[in-house]
Design a protein around this ligand. Structure first.
Ligand code: ADQ
Length: 457
């Protein structure tokens, strides 16, 4: 059987026997552990003498790991610049936060070509290449230019926006042409796939054929929908494991029987944290009976903090948290706890299980694994309620959640009231329905379907 070669921007620092952090890392590791293979990507190091040559390899279990370093210019133009300053906001419909610079786009293409050239020397003829996410939209095109003819697939973890939104990126045509060099392009949801196909047919003169096949730029390729999932039973087992529950037990003791609303996100403007804080303020204003009875805890470790918009959102949230607490806190109750820190994934699961409400309200999200982890971690006999943004990919599957518009403060406030008052019968019913979906679309199913489709051609 052909070897699986996974390419992602970062190779997660993994240690044998320990779980990986983050959605992409968990999914990728899982895919590789199942049949072994090679994981290739950026080391995370910015080196002054980066020559694009792979660093010495290492092996973890049945996985070979190869990395390259980036230069400061690569990092600035590719990572901070086009990938996270231009593409990320547009992919999340936040065009106002996007900036564009042709030099940065050239840097993006240069780093994709650097990945391709370094990887080409490590490939066997029948290796199957699986690229991940918005950093590597140009990888297949660059590999083909380097003479590589292997099968190549891309899975996009983010949303894919409608053509009119994508076209706010001046380099949109070159980007789409590059994506069409893959043999298989996978999306989280059908609307994402349709938006891409719309661009191909309406803007690129291409043709859509049955079965997700597209024809454009003189070649045929396939698209598909592969919603990423979680290991359902593992999440519940982690939630129950005494070794993971230290923080959760401290939290429970400190809640004194109050109900907990919990949100967990990377600190990112696409996650809708500011709007969520304002919705919680609205809830407190509308529900005096909840004062002293409910605590909202937001866990949000900083990410990409060398990008200006990320520094701004952090400052803004600190201001809002202080203001809301100043307005409502009492001598023995602080309504909003804002934690700017990360937790080991295993410790998150028992925290989810403590929460009466999981509040997940991104403005846009490819999938949102926190929503799925929250449900998977619940005690089925006494489960909490998920309040979920209609603009998270997960909302396509989880209609058993209370679905809200993340821009509607009053609507979220109302959903919080409804969740906190929900009967145990209704909570059990919704939770059981959601778990059925999570099991059907587990992380294993995601991996197996993508790999099978890529292999099938
Ligand atoms: P993210 O934007 O990072 O992922 P998400 O899907 O929620 O968002 O995954 C975050 C992962 O990181 C979860 O597994 C969560 O447990 C973990 N995490 C979050 N906050 C944490 C904290 N404070 N401490 C420790 N761990 C934390 C991108 C896309 C998503 C898509 C995933 C996977 O933006 O839309 O669902 O990839 O495809």
């Amino acid at each position: 059987m052909s070897r699986l070669v996974v390419v992602s921007n970062r190779v997660a620092p993994i240690t044998e026997g320990e779980p990986a952090a983050g959605g992409l890392a968990v999914g990728v590791l899982d895919a590789l552990r199942a049949e072994g293979g090679l994981w290739f990507g950026w080391s995370g190091e910015v080196a002054t003498d980066a020559a694009g040559l792979p660093n010495p390899g290492r092996r973890v279990g049945n996985i070979d790991i190869r990395t390259i370093d980036l230069s400061r210019k690569d990092y600035d133009e590719f990572y901070r610049g086009f990938a996270n300053g231009t593409l990320w906001p547009v992919l999340h419909y936040q065009m106002g936060l996007s900036r564009f610079d042709w030099a940065e786009f050239a840097g993006y293409r240069r780093v994709n070509a650097l990945f391709a050239c370094s990887l080409a020397g490590l490939l066997d003829p029948d290796d199957m290449i699986w690229a991940h996410d918005y950093h590597l939209l140009g990888l297949a095109e660059a590999l083909r230019e380097a003479g590589v003819t292997n099968r190549m697939g891309l899975f996009l973890h983010t949303p894919f926006p409608e053509p009119g939104v994508l076209m706010t990126v001046p380099a949109h045509a070159a980007l789409i042409r590059a994506m069409a060099a893959f043999d298989l392009v996978g999306f989280q949801t059908e609307p994402d796939r349709t938006a891409f196909a719309d661009y191909i047919t309406r803007q690129a003169g291409g043709e859509a054929l049955p079965g997700g096949h597209l024809h454009a730029f003189g070649r045929g390729f396939r698209t598909g929908v592969y919603p990423i999932g979680v290991h359902v039973d593992e999440a519940r087992a982690e939630a129950e494991l005494p070794a993971n529950r230290r923080q959760a037990l401290r939290l429970r003791a400190n809640l004194h029987g109050r109900s907990l609303i919990l949100s967990v996100d990377r600190l990112d403007y696409a996650k809708g944290l500011r709007q969520r804080f304002l919705a919680f303020e609205r809830f407190l204003a509308d529900s005096p009976a909840a004062h002293g009875q409910v605590i909202f805890m937001q866990i949000a470790p900083p990410s990409r903090s060398d990008i200006q918009t990320y520094r701004e959102i952090r400052q803004e949230l600190e201001g809002e948290a202080g203001r809301i607490n100043g307005r409502f806190a009492d001598v023995d109750w602080v309504p909003l706890r804002y934690l700017n820190r990360s937790f080991p994934r295993a410790a998150l699961m028992p925290l989810y299980a403590e929460a009466r409400v999981g509040l997940v309200t991104p403005l846009r999200d490819g999938m949102n694994l926190v929503a799925k982890e929250y449900l998977a971690a619940q005690d089925p006999e006494d489960p909490g309620v998920l309040v979920l943004s209609q603009f998270a990919g997960a909302a396509r599957e989880l209609d058993a959640a209370l679905i809200v518009n993340p821009y509607d403060e009053a609507g979220i406030a109302h959903a919080l009231e409804q969740a906190l008052a929900m009967s145990i019968e209704e909570r059990r019913g919704r939770h059981a329905a959601a778990l059925d979906v999570l099991r059907r679309n587990s992380l294993d199913v995601w991996r197996d379907r993508f790999v099978a489709d890529l292999r099938a051609g």
